[in-house]
Design a protein around this ligand. Structure first.
Ligand code: PNW
Length: 488
């Protein structure tokens, strides 16, 4: 329809309060645009996500102990321009402003993480009540704004004192983590009902102990890394039990995991079957063992002498049933069927594959929000899923002074990305995939780990010199998504 005739038909409906409700009125002869299919269910939770080390700053405040990320980022040559998160967004002092931003955005949920070294500066032993006080202030502010907190207990900032004893390669870590979880939940379960144990096992185990690109920056022999993987999932399982035992109010317990994705290159039965096989196998070390209580035969066979040592009892703990599964979704890989032995092939990406500013890993795969939750629910019968992260790094540029929209970021590529990922998410939900909420990564530009401040994921631009926050065009987009509960 031409724009002019559309406007005319809209004008004849002058009594209609808003275009969105106009579109919803089935009896209209025009316009022909149907928006109902892109609507999300009532009660769907829209949120944003952050993590403690990436936004808080104030690394010495109120008795916080050092974490492996303080050590790593202060080691020359480990991060982009040797940048650290000593200050970053200074959310520790500016949390009221950041909650106000979320209130303006209209979110119903906020996913954040608690810094273990604020609560236990030495990792274990005597807790530091002042460290928890920060989170109590934040939670009061969130509740006053009617925003539901979703709390991650571990988003990679391991107390350095525990790393000095081997960190995730020491079996004692699993119990230390469960103890920290129990104490924290005991203190905060009156204010938080959604708990996540751990964020993205692979991003701190494989990247931190195997590849050396994340804290603690080690390159250990494969057998030790495989054993660390096992202690990480064991720590998760023990923490799930500890959270339930310590909670004084009803809680929902899950995790936030970036399940390496798989999607059929072509939607036909052979490709979909190959994708199902691939998804279980490429997640064997983490999500599959959590869901099935066993490592797959091919995982153990391929590792041979480097396979982890474990007991049946540990497998039971690891697979303690969860109330929800949180999935961080950025990228997936196309799968095609292949001859024996595996039955699938992960398609290597052509050099021209569309990507974000994080050129080495963040590729444009909108079908991820359709396939990943669909596979998690169909393979393992998961009844409640949250998209605990989804976001995009853009080469954001501030509009120059004197120009139209001066000082703003018109991040149209981030909107392109979000719109398409959300449309695919809605497609899955419409088919019955039980996704109940979505947390956009991230509310603010923040410290992107070893990439420092060189990669911006926020829908709000942050000037790291002045700490000024400026909503980007994608913020306006997301605000309208939330307001209309649909892809706009
Ligand atoms: C996640 N990959 O990390 C983390 O949970 C966030 O802390 C982080 O800022 C965000 O995504 C953006 O990077 C990932 O290489 C890091 O596939 C790397 C990958 C995936 C997730």
């Amino acid at each position: 329809m031409k724009r002019r005739s559309f406007l005319k038909s809209a004008a004849t409906l002058a009594a209609a309060p808003a275009l969105s409700s106009l579109f919803n009125t089935a009896a209209q002869s025009t316009p022909a645009i149907a928006t109902d299919p892109v609507r999300f269910p009532e009660g769907f939770i829209w949120g944003t996500a952050t993590a403690a080390y990436q936004v808080e700053g104030a690394v010495h405040a109120d008795g916080r102990g050092p974490s492996v990320w303080d050590t790593f980022s202060h080691t020359p040559g480990k991060t982009f321009h040797n940048e650290t998160a000593d200050v970053t967004d200074d959310d520790f002092h500016r949390y009221k402003q950041d909650v106000a931003l979320m209130k303006d955005l209209g979110v119903q949920g906020y996913r954040f993480s608690i810094a273990w070294p604020r609560v236990f500066p030495q990792g274990t032993g005597t807790p530091n009540p002042k460290g928890l006080d920060f989170y109590k202030r934040l939670l009061d502010e969130l509740h006053a704004a009617n925003i539901e907190p979703f709390c991650t207990l571990f988003h990679w900032d391991l107390p350095q004192a525990l790393q000095d004893k081997g960190g995730w390669t020491n079996p004692a870590i699993a119990h230390a983590f469960a103890d920290y979880a129990a104490y924290t939940v005991g203190q905060l379960s009156d204010r938080i009902s959604h708990w996540m144990t751990i964020n993205e096992f692979g991003s701190y185990i494989d990247a931190g102990y195997g590849e050396g690109v994340s804290a603690p920056g080690l390159r250990l022999p494969r057998a030790q890394v495989m054993q660390a993987r096992h202690y990480a999932v064991l720590g998760h399982g023990l923490a799930v039990q500890a959270i339930r035992a310590a909670a004084k109010n009803p809680v929902l317990v899950g995790l936030a995991h970036d399940a390496p994705g798989a999607m059929p290159a072509i939607n036909d039965p052979a490709h979909i079957r190959a994708t199902e096989i691939a998804f279980r196998e490429i997640n064997a070390q983490y999500l599959t063992v959590l869901m099935e209580g066993r490592y797959t035969d091919s995982y153990l066979r391929e590792l041979g002498a480097d396979a982890p040592h474990f007991t049946e009892e540990e497998l039971k703990i690891i697979s303690t049933p969860l109330d929800f599964v949180g999935i961080n979704i950025y990228t997936t890989n196309e799968v095609v069927p292949a001859d024996a032995p595996s039955g699938y092939l992960m398609v290597p990406r052509p050099a021209s594959y569309p990507h974000a500013a994080s050129r080495d890993w963040l590729f444009f795969n909108p079908q991820a929000t359709y396939w990943t939750p669909k596979l998690v629910s169909s393979l393992w019968g998961v009844k409640r899923i949250y998209i605990t992260e989804n976001g995009y790094s853009s080469d954001d540029v501030l509009r120059p002074g004197g120009s139209s929209q001066a000082g703003r970021v018109l991040d149209s590529d981030r909107i392109l990305y979000l719109r398409n990922y959300l449309a695919q998410l809605q497609r899955g939900i419409a088919e019955g995939v039980p996704v109940q909420g979505y947390f956009l990564w991230s509310l603010l530009d923040n410290y992107e780990w070893s990439s420092g401040f060189s990669k911006r994921f926020g829908i709000t631009y942050v000037d790291f010199k002045t700490e000024k926050r400026t909503p980007k065009l994608s913020y306006d987009f997301y605000k309208e998504v939330i307001r209309t509960n649909s892809v706009v």
